[in-house]
Design a protein around this ligand. Structure first.
Ligand SMILES: N[C@@H](CCC(=O)N[C@@H](CS)C(=O)NCC(=O)O)C(=O)O
Length: 217
């Protein structure tokens, strides 16, 4: 039984939860991080979520967790067997971390969690996100998922923030391939269960949702 250490409303935890759902793996999730705090023996030296335990194996860093799960339990599906598709998935996972994630997370923190960023700067950040997501929109042209017909780690890490991007009160450019891909994700029960979680419109609502999700697997 895999253990997931991390609060349910963390986007990085949601990457792991959604991957587990797609792979059909049993798990137990523990509320850790944010308002739940951290136990003294928490195994991630950065004291951030998620961390997973699979028997004797402990993995932290959400993308490393997704890769571990895909490689261990999803060869031929979430972990493509051909080198080119696997490289493509890896590329878009790296892009997620270096490009869109670093552009989007501060914007989300400003809009919902009270990070003090002036409005004009937030507008610029929204425009940056739209421009960067344009790159993913181009990749998705003619494809069901980011690397083809199969969900890979690239969809997991990028899809995990799409619900937030699409539901934040910001300007978004018209990106039809991205919108169609997002619609396909929203029809998946595992995405609905693990990613499409209300996050509120301010820090109080955010905290209420965090508490309301306590104990839900
Ligand atoms: N690079 C790390 C980042 C992890 C991270 O920053 N997680 C956030 C939640 S999304 C966190 O733990 N924040 C502090 C907390 O919740 O206590 C990863 O991908 O796992």
């Amino acid at each position: 039984m895999i253990e997931v250490l991390g609060r349910r409303n963390s986007a990085n935890v949601q990457k792991v939860m959604w991957a587990l759902g797609e792979l059909g793996i049993d798990y137990t999730r523990h509320d850790i991080g944010g308002s739940f705090g951290y136990p003294d023996d928490y195994p991630n030296p950065n004291a951030v979520v998620p961390t997973i335990r699979d028997g004797d194996v402990t993995v932290w860093e959400s993308a490393a967790c997704v890769r571990y799960l895909a490689r261990t339990y999803g060869v031929g599906s979430m972990w493509p067997e051909d080198a080119a598709t696997l490289a493509s998935s890896d590329m878009w996972m790296e892009w997620h971390r270096s490009d869109i994630s670093s552009a989007f997370f501060p914007l989300f923190q400003a809009k919902i969690r009270g990070l003090p960023i002036p409005t004009e700067k937030q507008e610029q950040m929204s425009a940056d996100c739209g421009r960067i997501f344009g790159q993913l929109d181009a990749q998705l042209a003619g494809k069901t998922f980011i690397c083809g017909d199969q969900i890979t780690g690239a969809d997991i890490v990028n899809g995990a923030i799409m619900y937030r991007y699409m539901n934040l009160d910001i300007e978004r450019p018209d990106l039809p391939n991205l919108a169609a891909w997002y619609e396909r994700l929203t029809s998946r029960p595992t995405y609905q269960k693990h990613v499409m979680l209300e996050f509120g419109t301010n820090v109080d609502e955010w905290n209420e949702h965090e508490r309301a999700n306590a104990g839900i697997q």
